[in-house]
Design a protein around this ligand. Structure first.
Ligand code: PRP
Length: 201
């Protein structure tokens, strides 16, 4: 199986304060604040148009990675909507995702009969989104779509439909704007590529 630079922790890393200086850990800025904001605005406009007649739209953010994307996207929507969240845990074997996903926190409210838009930060192998779509389809929503900020097509192990996509990116470990490495760098305002030495140490 092809190995990929998945945005997942495959080993435990202990960070001491100042262990990795943010500026020194970033190889390059992939998407700056302006590029992200412009694309999020476009996605929100498209979603607002598509759901103009939807009675009950619920955005389901996938924690933790999607929290910033969802917050920005939701505030640009011009249609009424609700916000809910789920949290998942995925299992990895060595450096390779097994594809097994476990739901560790469910939505607060039922989604049956509602228009569900899953909001994800990134699709790598596709296992997580595939699990989510199967899981939510079983709940009998009025409709089910996915809005994803980043996609790494080179990493795909299973094909998944993405209805709204921000950017396709190369196979690099990205952090910032919600995305992490060892739960760090999530609140960087831009999306940066992590230096290989940081995650291959
Ligand atoms: C990341 C990301 C997606 C998933 C995509 O979550 O937020 O949910 O991996 O990977 P896949 O397409 O290979 O399944 P992660 O497990 O890193 O958790 P986090 O969002 O809490 O950082």
């Amino acid at each position: 199986m092809k190995q990929c630079t998945m945005n997942k922790m495959t080993k435990r890393v202990q960070f001491e304060e100042g262990d990795v200086k943010v500026s020194g850990a970033i190889e390059r800025v992939l998407l700056d604040e302006e590029a992200i904001a412009a694309r999020v605005g476009e996605l929100a406009a498209q979603i607002s148009a598509d759901y103009a007649d939807a009675e009950d739209l619920v955005l389901v953010g996938v924690l933790k990675g999607a929290f910033i994307f969802l917050a920005d996207l939701a505030r640009h929507l011009t249609v009424p909507h609700h916000v809910d969240f789920i949290a998942l845990s995925s299992y990895n074997r060595g450096a390779v995702s097994t594809g097994a996903v476990r739901l560790i926190m469910d939505t607060r409210a039922s989604v049956t009969g509602r228009h569900v838009l899953i909001v994800e930060d990134i699709v790598d192998t596709g296992y997580t989104l595939d699990y989510l779509l199967r899981n939510f389809r079983a709940r009998k929503p009025a409709s089910l779509r996915a809005c994803v900020l980043l996609s790494k097509p080179e990493c795909r192990q299973i094909e998944v439909p993405i209805d709204y996509l921000g950017f396709e990116i190369p196979d690099v470990w990205v952090v910032g704007y919600g995305l992490d490495y060892a739960d760090r760098f999530r609140t960087l305002p831009y999306i940066g590529a992590l230096k290989r030495e940081v995650y291959e140490e």
